[in-house]
Write a protein that binds this ligand. Structure first.
Ligand code: NAD
Ligand code: SF4
Length: 435
């Protein structure tokens, strides 16, 4: 869907999505593209870092870690290589912002990669993409090639011609865990993608054990306009601690699902209105603020500003702004069983709580869905999920526990409706006689 509606929307990354051949260098440059890079190359790298830091841009991949601060964690240059790795392995259920962004406006990412690399003193950047998205892969390759042919990346960049940058687009093999930054780095190095112990964080020892910044696609693509227009322009949008604009992906039971680029702090009620409202004759039952890994919310939270602090205070997380909307026709148990299948399938198997726990939660969720659960199953789910959350090696374990815990919190009766009293409890004499 296009992002041209007035009012609360701020089409910045999405401003050219409706333009003809929006993905080409010519279209991007017509709208002022690469002016941010030209300006950045005239600034000392540390000033570029300072500007992004002052803008308050926070990581758009989900965690919301301050982007400029992450860049400033890199140790002082020692003459060896340092890298930017763009995490384009978008795969959180419901999350669908980076792929349309890269398809419709790949040059915003390429320009952001060039500015970020310059700022951190990197000369080789990698974009790690989901292997299944071959169409995105081709588009990124074409954009990088166009930029290289136009002299925007490559050798002899900047007013003094003393900056070089190479960009490699790498297609992964399609594993959710490879979106975890250290598993991504292992995968990029040719190893099996499994999370590394942190610390050391990638800023200190990342790709090939060298200082590395790992940033999400939308974070990096937001950098050119920050440099071009300045930090004050960026902080004029959003809230005090959650500055700027972001892509909100509204999916599910609304009339016009799609991407809506808006200031952080917009509410779910406003976004549902922008998406045309709920399906005719239906009402909201629950929604996710940031994909399946974030605690579900209900009608009571429709007016919570969608910024990191407010959504946190409401008991959930803003994360990837993947706003999945479910109406009253939805079985909560069925949705969460499907998500649990996903986490069990994607668990990398490195640590026991997640590897074993997701397997058991999946079994229990499916017997509840089939109405074959035991009366003790709801508490069993709470017990197993509590032994995964906070006890797993990486965030995937926590993520698998979240929907079950928040689903039971809001809709316990639906889980209990999937249980039945077993025959041996109803007819203890007959049952014991059998054995
Ligand atoms: P995190 O909070 O552990 O780290 C966030 C970032 O900050 C990382 O890059 C990390 O290296 C850096 N960092 C944190 N502390 C640091 C320190 N002291 N020194 C240097 N760097 C430091 O979060 P995470 O595990 O990287 O990511 C979890 C988030 O990922 C979740 O909130 C979820 O929303 C999101 N997620 C997104 C997708 C997707 O498809 N986009 C998929 C799954 C999860
Ligand atoms: Fe692997 Fe899950 Fe452990 Fe993460 S939490 S390391 S995905 S087994």
């Amino acid at each position: 869907m296009s992002i041209t509606a007035p009012g609360r929307l701020t089409p910045i990354l999405s401003d050219i999505w409706d333009a003809e051949r929006s993905w080409t260098l010519a279209t991007y440059r017509d709208r002022g593209g690469y002016e941010g890079l030209a300006k950045a190359l005239t600034m000392p790298p540390e000033d570029v870092v300072a500007e992004v830091k002052a803008s308050g841009l926070r990581g758009r991949g989900g965690a919301g870690f301050p982007t400029g601060l992450k860049w400033s964690f890199l140790p002082k240059p020692d003459g060896g290589p340092r890298y930017l790795v763009v995490n384009a392995d978008e795969s959180e259920p419901g999350t669908c912002k980076d792929i349309p962004l890269m398809l419709a406006n790949p040059h915003a990412l390429v320009e952001g990669v060039a500015i970020t690399s310059y700022a951190i003193g990197g000369h080789h950047a990698f974009i790690y993409l989901r292997g299944e998205t071959v169409h995105v892969y081709r588009r990124l390759l074409a954009a990088v090639r166009e930029a290289r042919e136009a002299g925007l990346i490559g050798t002899g960049l900047g007013p003094n011609g003393d900056y070089d940058l190479e960009i490699t687009v790498h297609a992964g093999a399609g594993a959710y865990i490879c979106g975890e930054e250290t598993a991504l780095l292992d995968s990029l190095e040719g190893l099996r993608g499994q999370p590394r112990l942190k610390p050391p964080f990638p800023a200190v020892a990342g790709l090939y054990a060298r200082p590395t910044v790992v940033n999400n696609v939308e974070s990096v693509a937001s950098v050119p306009t920050i440099i071009k227009h300045g930090k004050d322009w960026f902080t004029s949008m959003g809230t005090e601690k959650s500055a700027g604009h972001g892509l909100f992906s509204v999916s599910g039971h609304v009339k016009n699902p799609g991407q809506f680029e808006a200031p952080l702090g917009i509410t779910m009620r406003e976004l549902i209105e922008l998406a045309g409202g709920m399906r005719e004759g239906h009402r909201l039952k629950f929604w996710t603020p940031g994909g399946s890994s974030t605690p579900i919310l209900t009608e009571a939270e429709l007016d919570v500003p969608l910024d990191y602090e407010s959504v946190g205070a409401a008991g959930s997380m803003l994360a990837t702004r993947a706003l999945m909307v479910f109406d009253e026709t939805t079985s909560v148990v069925r949705v969460i069983a499907r998500w649990t299948d996903f986490y069990q399938h994607e668990s990398c198997g490195k640590c026991t709580p997640c590897r074993e726990g997701t397997y058991w939660m999946k079994q229990v969720m499916h017997r509840l869905e089939a109405g074959q659960g035991l009366p003790s199953d709801v508490d069993l789910l709470l017990d197993v999920s509590a032994n995964i959350a906070g006890r797993s090696f990486c965030a995937l374990g926590d993520a698998s526990a979240t929907p079950i815990q928040s689903g039971i919190k809001h809709f316990r009766s639906e889980f209990e409706a999937g249980t039945h009293t077993p025959a041996w409890e109803l007819f203890p004499y007959e049952a014991s006689a059998i054995f």
